[in-house]
Design a protein around this ligand. Structure first.
Ligand code: NAD
Ligand code: UFG
Length: 337
């Protein structure tokens, strides 16, 4: 029995592949390399001593996907594949809906055709929209403000409907908060294309001298220091959360939406200063205006993950900052170096 990781050479997929290989699972990666590099497969092998199978395919293509299901007896799919840039989704909504929704539909079709029962889906805290009060519980109201968010919201609905129609399915919708950090080896990490939109990769690129200065988007929020508060979760904790979710799926049927976060809010300035302190360096920054679409604070209620999966994130902001910097220093040009 094998586990298929769509989007498996991406940032979260690669870390999850390491966790699953170390836990003894047979791992198959499928990715079209739209936002990742084949070198990731070598790095996973260097960390674990095991080489996962890799298919360079578009998972929204039913014929290509069926080749993987023909070659392996897939019991579980962890579906990471998708486009994820919020801003780009506003200018390219049709590309986002087409790719992200077709991928989800074709995965479900292939699972039905080949008898795969367990699905773990990469959703996002973005489905809670901008109005919910933190700590966010899974039963909080949902709704989105950009096409990317809606692709997650709609994929969740598609999966719920499929699970209703095919009761043998077991699905977990994982709502990630803010994944950051890298594997402690420094061999795999986040490798964004172009100028990063997200805080942690931006900070580390300023620290390494690739970018001149961080702009803090607003210091007039109703938060303790005025800057935005988020729930940053170490990507290795997140990967462990996938293993826990998979094990839950193996023993249940139906659908559960579950937050993966730490439950702890950290402000932009707190994260920035933790990065400086842990890595003994200075990151130039200036205060700028608020970024459109940002909320003051967003952090998880983590009780459901603890209850269902017996899982809890245990790495601190300091670990996230140290491991990000280790990865950045060892790979100044990402996987190209
Ligand atoms: P990533 O871009 O590093 O990984 C996604 C992978 O999917 C990439 O390697 C890309 O090449 C691949 N892909 C995209 N469309 C594909 C297709 N049609 N066929 C095959 N491969 C395809 O992103 P990530 O940060 O690892 O995120 C993984 C998942 O988690 C995504 O669905 C993302 O939306 C979701 N998510 C990420 C975050 C975050 O902050 N990183 C937060 C919440 C949710
Ligand atoms: N920020 C800055 N300067 C920057 C970048 C970010 O001050 O250069 C601030 C933001 O204003 C926010 C915080 O840092 O207060 C975090 O911003 P990110 O862009 O890193 O993350 P977001 O919370 O905006 O969004 C992320 C993902 C989304 C996902 C969401 C919830 O990018 O895809 O978390 O999971 F939907």
């Amino acid at each position: 029995m094998a586990v298929l990781l769509t989007g498996g050479t991406g940032y979260i997929g690669a870390h999850t592949a390491v966790t699953l290989l170390e836990a003894g699972y047979q791992v198959v990666l499928a990715d079209n390399l739209y936002n990742s590099k084949a070198e990731v497969v070598n790095r996973i092998e260097r960390i674990t001593g095991k080489r996962p199978a890799f298919y360079e395919i578009d998972v929204a293509n039913a014929a290509e996907l069926s080749k993987v299901f023909e070659a392996y007896k897939i019991e579980t799919v962890i579906h990471f594949a998708g486009y994820k840039a919020v801003g780009e989704s506003v200018t390219k909504p049709l590309e986002y809906y087409k790719n992200n929704l077709n991928a989800t539909i074709e995965i479900l079709n292939a699972m039905r055709n080949y008898g795969a029962k367990n699905l773990v889906f990469s959703s996002s805290a973005t489905v809670y929209g901008p109005y919910g009060e933190s700590p966010l519980k899974e039963d909080a109201s949902t709704g989105c403000i950009n096409p990317y968010g809606w692709t997650k919201w709609m994929s969740e609905q598609i999966i719920r409907d499929a699970a209703h129609a095919y009761p043998e399915l077991s699905c977990v919708l994982l709502r990630y908060f803010n994944p950051v950090g890298a594997h402690e080896s420094g061999l795999i990490g986040e490798d964004p294309n172009g100028i990063p939109n997200n805080l942690m990769p931006y900070v580390s690129q300023v620290a390494v001298g690739k970018l001149a200065c961080l702009t803090v988007y607003g210091n007039d929020y109703p938060t303790p220091d005025g800057t935005g508060v988020r729930d940053y979760i170490h990507v290795v904790d997140l990967a462990d959360g996938h293993l826990a979710a998979m094990r839950y799926c193996e023993k249940h049927t139906g659908v559960e939406a579950v937050n993966l976060g730490t439950g702890k809010g950290v402000s932009v300035l707190e994260l920035l200063h933790a990065f400086e302190r842990v890595n003994n360096l200075t990151v130039p920054y200036k205060i700028g205006p608020r970024r459109a679409g940002d909320v003051a604070e967003c952090y998880a209620d983590t009780q459901k993950a603890e209850k269902l999966f017996s899982w809890r994130a245990n790495r601190a902001a300091e670990d996230m900052c140290r491991d990000t910097w280790n990865w950045q220093q060892k790979n100044p040009k990402g996987y190209e170096s």
